[in-house]
Design a binder for this molecule. Structure first.
Ligand SMILES: NC(=O)C1=CN([C@@H]2O[C@H](COP(=O)(O)OP(=O)(O)OC[C@H]3O[C@@H](n4cnc5c(N)ncnc54)[C@H](O)[C@@H]3O)[C@@H](O)[C@H]2O)C=CC1
Ligand SMILES: NCC(=O)COP(=O)(O)O
Length: 342
């Protein structure tokens, strides 16, 4: 089999105690029937082989010296660019000493895409709490990737979007405590989030005029200020400014009635105010197939929508579907970016 792409997608290690290794092996195993384009895994060969054995999978693994070689071997073997994990890893048991390898893999993937050797970054799930314990200073991949993409000391503003055919959502604030959401929600942040979402849905998803629906923060979108003032003082202003800039955006809508079937027909993406407001409806409707995309970066990044699933790592219960969709979407989005002249 030959592949039209001349460069691979760069797939990161993720937490080696989680299901990242399982779903990487399963996605590779499914590459022909799923029509997947080549990817190269940036991780530890011995760990991958041990996980394949635990799962009873017979997967040939080939160490490559350069990303380009991954395209050549992908038909016959899972290409790996070695990032050694210097500690023993038991599936389901996170290990702080493995965290430098986790971040090294993400950094190597970004370098590969920035040097033009890979088409996109696809990340396996990380354990945020384990990384925090090891001194990681970013809330998650989203902000870390933006910092790695900085140019002349300026990092782009990253926007998290969860994408599926039935629903796309953007949480305006991401991994912060719920009590901090009202303070973090500024007109500037919302305006930036709306503008980046509109731009990237045009450029990277091919929507000619994306329809954005903005949720409120408070019950019933605040009932004209009686149940909270954020809609009146912050959210409406950002919507009006974006409308004046030509964006097809409306709201604020009560969040409790934004996600039923008929409501979802009226927009392409829901801009939500905080993490769970966006991710609860999304994961209820699309957990198995959903993809996490970072908008606003100078390169494409996708990820499965689920976490490390320590409870099932190495048991054979992990479903690779979300990773498969993330690999597919990275392929489509990077093709769209390559053709982007705007
Ligand atoms: N992109 C990323 O790196 C993400 C990382 N996380 C991290 O993952 C860790 C665990 O998070 P949780 O809230 O427990 O969510 P989780 O998604 O890891 O697990 C929730 C439940 O879904 C199941 N599950 C998850 N993925 C599955 C799959 N592919 N096949 C079958 N079952 C699956 C798990 O077994 C568990 O019962 C946290 O540290 C969190 O920060 C969470 C989401 C995304
Ligand atoms: N809930 C989404 C999530 O945890 C993924 O975050 P990130 O690591 O992609 O920033």
């Amino acid at each position: 089999m030959s592949y039209p792409a001349d460069k691979p997608l760069a797939l990161t290690l993720g937490d080696p105690a989680g299901i990242g290794l399982d779903i990487t092996l399963l996605a590779f195993d499914a590459r022909r029937r799923e029509g997947l384009q080549p990817f190269v895994f940036l991780g530890d060969k011995q760990l991958l082989e041990a996980r394949a054995k635990a799962l009873g999978l017979s997967v040939p693994i080939a160490t490559v010296a350069r990303p380009q070689e991954a395209v050549e071997v992908f038909a016959n073997a899972l290409p790996i660019l070695p990032i050694p994990v210097p500690v023993a890893v038991t599936p389901g048991v996170p290990e702080a000493a493995a965290m430098p390898a986790v971040t090294a893999s993400i950094e190597a993937a970004v370098e590969m895409v920035q040097s033009g050797e890979a088409r996109a970054v696809v990340t396996n799930p990380i354990s945020k709490s384990c990384l925090y314990q090891a001194g990681f200073e970013f809330p998650g991949h989203t902000e870390y990737l933006a910092a790695l993409a900085a140019q002349n000391g300026r990092a782009p503003h990253p926007v998290m979007m969860l994408a599926s055919d039935v629903l796309k959502v953007v949480p305006t604030t991401i991994h912060i405590p719920l009590k901090d959401v009202p303070g973090a929600l500024t007109q500037e942040l919302l305006a930036k989030t709306i503008a980046i979402t509109d731009r990237d849905l045009r450029r990277r998803f091919g929507l000619a005029r994306p329809r954005l629906a903005v949720s409120g923060l408070n019950p019933h979108a605040g009932e004209d200020g009686a149940l909270g003032r954020e809609e009146v003082e912050t959210i409406r202003g950002a919507i009006v400014a974006a409308q004046e800039a030509g964006i097809d955006v409306s709201g604020p809508y009560p969040a409790d009635t934004l996600f039923h079937t008929a409501a979802r027909e009226r927009y392409d993406v829901a801009i939500c105010m905080y993490h769970d407001q966006a991710l609860i409806p999304f994961k209820t409707l699309a957990f198995e197939v959903g993809v996490n995309v970072t908008l606003g970066l100078p390169f494409v990044r996708t990820s499965p929508d689920h976490g490390t699933a320590f409870d099932i790592a190495g048991t054979g219960k992990a479903n690779p579907r979300s990773l498969i969709e993330a690999l597919r979407l990275a392929d489509t989005m990077s093709a769209a970016v390559a053709g982007d002249t705007g």
